[in-house]
Design a protein around this ligand. Sequence first.
Ligand SMILES: Nc1ncnc2c1ncn2[C@@H]1O[C@H](COP(=O)(O)OP(=O)(O)O)[C@@H](O)[C@H]1O
Ligand SMILES: O=P(O)(O)OC[C@H](O)CO
Length: 497
Amino acid sequence: MADKYILAVDQGTTSSRAIVFDKQGTTKSIAQKEFRQIYPKAGWVEHDGARIWSTQSSVASEAITEAGLHAEDIAAIGITNQRETTLLWDRKTGQPVYNAIVWQDRRTSDFCDELKEREGLVENIREKTGLIIDAYFSATKIKWILDNVEGVRRRAENGELAFGTIDSWLIWNFTRGETHVTDATNASRTMLYNIHEGEWDREILDLLDIPESLLPEVKSSSEVYGETKILAEDIPIAGIAGDQQAALFGQRCITPGMVKNTYGTGCFMVMNTGEKPIVSENNLLTTIAWEIDDHVEYALEGSIFIAGAVVQWLRDELGIIREASEVEGLAASVKDNNGVYLVPAFSGLGAPHWNQHARGTMVGLTRGANAGHIARAALESIAYQTMDVITAMEADSGIEIKELRVDGGATANDLLMQFQSDLLQVPVIRPKTLETTALGAAYLAGLAVGYWKDHEEINNQWQEDKTFTPEQSADQVQQLRAGWNKALDAAIHWSEK
Ligand SMILES: Nc1ncnc2c1ncn2[C@@H]1O[C@H](COP(=O)(O)OP(=O)(O)O)[C@@H](O)[C@H]1O
Ligand SMILES: O=P(O)(O)OC[C@H](O)CO
């Protein structure tokens, strides 16, 4: 099998990507296609399910061709995906009954607020699923489709329809409708899955009036689920994980206490907590890191909604940079933030605050504040939000974080990485391979088919590119933190009546 390769399929929020890896975990080729974001109303975000599949299957072929390979050279496929995004389709025709409702979509927020009012429900849901009741997760999105799209509830009750997160949808299509599965990591993001029992939760399904017949079978994250009927006959599909869990695996954070933070549109920080699901007292999520060989490992997660997106805002709305990469130069044109703080609570605040009403705030402006200070404040806001999540993680886990492994588009920014290390007072380590999400999915698939022997073989493949170590003192950081906390208060209190 040494001359074969692993194909990772990485279905993200804004694009479908496919990457071919060799035995050393080196990237042989990458293909990527963006697709349309659909915003039918304020706060609603949808994707066209057919388009997700067509872009994903075409980049899969492209990546293989670009690597100079044939489909027969692929030993296995690993799938990783944007999580929570919800699709229902007809089991006979394979046609979606409605667009996919994307994880960012807030249409069920009011309903979630009503659920939160019910006696004991917040605790009950947290206890079983590890999650906070929120529109972010799949459960209320499924219910919305059942309740609002004509005829769908009847068809669902007749067993004609299937629900899936995007991993399920891709496998369904790769196997031409033969396989309806998901893995434990994706199931753990639906708010319907009991993460301790390892099964769909009857009581929550009843509460939300969701027929069980819709649901996929939940499998481990590393096993052969089926074989392709597309691309080529019979390539085993052998790994599935939600993208943040795949990144944790790709970053080799496989022992308790190891943490990775992915700096993309948002930031997703995940800490491996081993066999122990830690129930958060600080508004973090308890989630499944992976299930391998019937062995479940858990993680704590803090999701930050706006991270790299604040840089897009500087570019698209303020027009003070033309490209995201220019933000570093602009921020470096000033020596510090000059007292300016920006809290990018554009769509409320995620972890650890979970305040859907907070709004973006810029404070500390003086006559001398310029575009450089705003750029710096924007970058620093990413690091401050990360710091808040880490503080919550340390409190919940009782583990002091010793280093942070990072990946994602915004880690290209050295100034941001340095400031992050200053704030946390620990080393921030950027690996050579930044494609850690896809690599994690490739590892899960490769391990299942014996392409890689064991963890040890792949652990050795992780290599550091650069380590950022603290340059500011703890005292200096303390002052900065105090400023951030005041700015945060302003963002939270701004929307209060
Ligand atoms: N040099 C940079 N400095 C800061 N942010 C950046 C830089 N380059 C890209 N970004 C941000 O990173 C994000 C893209 O990263 P990526 O990992 O591709 O995100 P996603 O997977 O969420 O689409 C964008 O929000 C962009 O603004
Ligand atoms: O596709 P991404 O990288 O924006 O990730 C989305 C997350 O999985 C949402 O929970």
